[in-house]
Structures are given as C-alpha cells and as structure tokens.
Ligand binder design. Structure first.
Ligand SMILES: [Zn+2]
Length: 104
C-alpha cells in the first residue's frame, strides 16, 4: 500500500470513520460516524507540520482529497462478514460487534 494512503487510512481509523473488522481484519466505513472529524484532523495535522503527515508537505488539500477517495472506496461493512452473514457474529465486547447485533 502506498505510504500516503496509509496516512489517510490512519487518520480515518483514528477518528473511527474507518473500522477494521476484528475477525477478518478488513477495512470498512462506519456510516454512523461523521467523516468531517477525519477531514478536520487531516487539515490540522498538516497545519501543525506533524511528522506523520510529512509526505504531504503543506498540501492539506492533497491529504483531504486522498482521504475522500479512501472513504469513497471503503465498503459499508466488512465484506467477509457480509458474505458469511449466516454465521453468528463473534462477540468480543467491541462497539462494532454490538452495533452489528443491534442492526440484525
Ligand atoms: Zn468481518
């Protein structure tokens, strides 16, 4: 994976816009989380010249663009969980598993 995309994914994970399935380790988008928080964090990291966003220099726009692309291609739930929908979800006490249980 490209380094810049890793940064964008890291920001999305940090703001909980993207989640990782605890079972399959697949990225998916949490549509209950407002993605504005991820964009705000991205812009503030670039403005503060944090080492973690060094690859983007001063170009906050490049980072928010990439973040937007990354969120745009992320599935709405773990693709493997969706395909094995019949099997009961594994309870690990995380909010992800609980919200999945509530929904179905
Ligand atoms: Zn899964």
């Amino acid at each position: 994976m490209e380094r810049k995309q890793e940064i964008a994914i890291g920001i999305a994970l940090q703001t909980h816009v993207l989640k990782i399935c605890p079972v399959h380790h697949q990225l998916y988008l949490d549509d209950e989380i407002n993605p504005a928080g991820a964009f705000a964090l991205a812009i503030s990291l670039v403005r503060q010249h944090k080492p973690c966003v060094k690859a983007f220099g001063n170009d906050a726009h490049a980072l928010t663009d990439l973040l937007s692309d990354t969120l745009g291609i992320a599935p709405g739930c773990c693709p493997e969980c969706e395909s094995s929908f019949q099997s009961p979800p594994i309870r690990d006490g995380s909010r992800v598993a609980e919200s999945a249980l509530e929904r179905h």
